[in-house]
Design a binder for this molecule. Sequence first.
Ligand SMILES: CSCC[C@H](NC=O)C(=O)N[C@@H](C)C(=O)O
Length: 713
Amino acid sequence: MFSLFRLLGCVGLLSIASIVSYAQSFSLEAVKSYPFPADLTAAAKGSRIAWTINEQGKRNIYVAEGPSYTPRKITPYSKDDGQELTSVTLSADGQWVVYVRGGEHGANWDEHLGVNVDGLPFAPKVEIWAIPFKGGEPKRLSEGDYPVLSPNGKTVAFLKGGQPWSVPVNGSEPAKMLFSTRGTTHSLEWSPDGSQLVFVSNRGDHSLIGIYTNAQTPLRWLAPSFAHDRSPRWSPNGNNLVFVRTPGTGGAPDSVLVRKHRPWSIWRVNVASGKATQLWQAPRTLAGSVPATNGGFNLHWAAQNRIVFLSYQDGWPHLYSMPSTGGTPLLLTPGAFTTEHIRLSPDRQWLTFSVNVGSDPQDLDRRHVARVPVDKAEMEVLTPGNGLEWTPVVTGDGTSLALISATAQRPPLPAVMPFGKGIPTLLGESLIPANFPQRSLVTPKQVIYQTPDGFTVHAQLFEPTGGPAQKPAIIYVHGGPMRQMLLGWNYSDYYANAYATNQYLASLGFAVLSVNYRLGIGYGFEFHQPAGANTSGAAEYIDIKAAGDWLAKQSFVDKSRIGIYGGSYGGYLTAMALAKDSNLFAAGVDIHGVHDWTTDRTLSITAPDRYERAPDADLVGKIAWESSPTAYINTWTSPVLIIHGDDDRNVRFNQSTDLVRRLEAKGVDLETLIIVNDTHHWMKHANSLKVGNATAAYFRKKLLEKTKAGAGE
Ligand SMILES: CSCC[C@H](NC=O)C(=O)N[C@@H](C)C(=O)O
């Protein structure tokens, strides 16, 4: 070995030394072999629960029931075939499990089109299935989506072609269309006695709330107006509904660049008379706007005749409660933290939810489970500590709380605890593969830095053990952008995948800094909705540049070898970094990013073609262009790997084709990887591994095996 070293220059020595000192302790395949749980739900009565688990692309439904809560797989899916499971629902009596298989429900368009990652002659369809809780063959009920089970558990109402259909849960009769109406129907909800269905009919510039009773009874429209009425919720006795009203689409075109209040109000309507009254109008402030966090309005009719909902009005996404006759809302969850994954208990007495607050100041970068009575501001954090817990659900008998639990090392698993006090008991630990490298994973450290324009940014540092004093570093940029990376495994499958990749990159010897830039959630309204961001000036890029500068100042970082990568919005900011600051960022991997805001149709920033124009219409396009990486191609010199799935339904594939053409024309050191027929969310596990391995190999080549990326090709 010594003689070999003599033959190599310092570069070779550094390269060999780097690789030798980071003898990999695990593969990407191993760290991505975790069984990812989601869609946790409970029956309205008894102790039955159900959830999905994605095991290396093989997606199945598991069930359990008290008191043992022994997990049991009830579906037979054994292929990494890209067919997601959604809308997992237990009948009220717990006898049936209904679910949807197929589609791309995280998409911005074509969510109802089947996903065909295996290139079958015809794409699989989006279908509704039912299976007995006790087990048996899954029964295909119909093509369709968004099923809702009747209170007696016998009938499934669902949507197909924008219209409502129904089918017996046991598939004993073919599905039939319930009714047809103009517009697109959504938000189906059975009345408590199962005799009626409330629904929303979106007519484009307005939305109506309708009631379906039966084939012989004409549809009824409740309080029709020139507004968008949405989120209807039944009272426990079925005599009334509450709903949210927002303005109809129209009016003089307003400034696009100036942030403005987006109004909303809560209304109550009597089903029999159709008479509606406004219960509450949101404060006409920026923070009082329509809430843009998980679950939106989170409107429910709770016990004690209370109406509960979420509002960002005090600067944090908090829960409120008011009498069903109106009045001043009671702030149920005061404090500087975020509530997410909100559920009303079956007895309507409690709200359970995830929070980023607890006994540890670092909890702002975690999630824990909490509960609050629907009529008192007496919130309790039920799972304090340095673990992470989320998506709590109370069982129908009110005795237990099901949730998902993780740590920095142990991947997410479902768990059950007594509702109120106690310690969660993990379910299905044996599903974690024997070769999962749990003990080899680092515990990310919380990093907090200030930006030049005064923002406080949180980040998580994955520090490799051993190796040279000065290490190559990589910045990870999440997507969304309304997301938050955490001090452990993430509740989103997309970001659990990113967390695993960051752990893998750290095992290769990179110091990885995952940056929670402005526009993200978890840190309050001003951070989540800042001025001059996105197409209004890309202010969020300041946080990314500041992260690079922070790394460059660290004694443990070789500032000539700082890379950057991210997906979607993270791909966009990766491209911004390489275009504007190639002197700081030596190489990058841009995964399905946006590169030219002025051409991205899903993110239209120009007013529709009409005579009247927004007062700042001319400025909008200019600033959107200046907020785009393509505007800075001339200063882009660092090497980049560009990756995109060509069935992407969130960011148009052309965003990358266009950038590739521009970089080729400029002669930038460019590599590309196309994933045919997969979407924005790598529905096929094998594709996710392909992307992760390509990313790691690229950084090894550009940052680890050479002293400076691009030097002496
Ligand atoms: C650049 S705008 C589209 C980015 C995209 N958001 C919604 O489609 C995105 O970041 N998607 C994933 C990664 C996410 O929502 O987190």
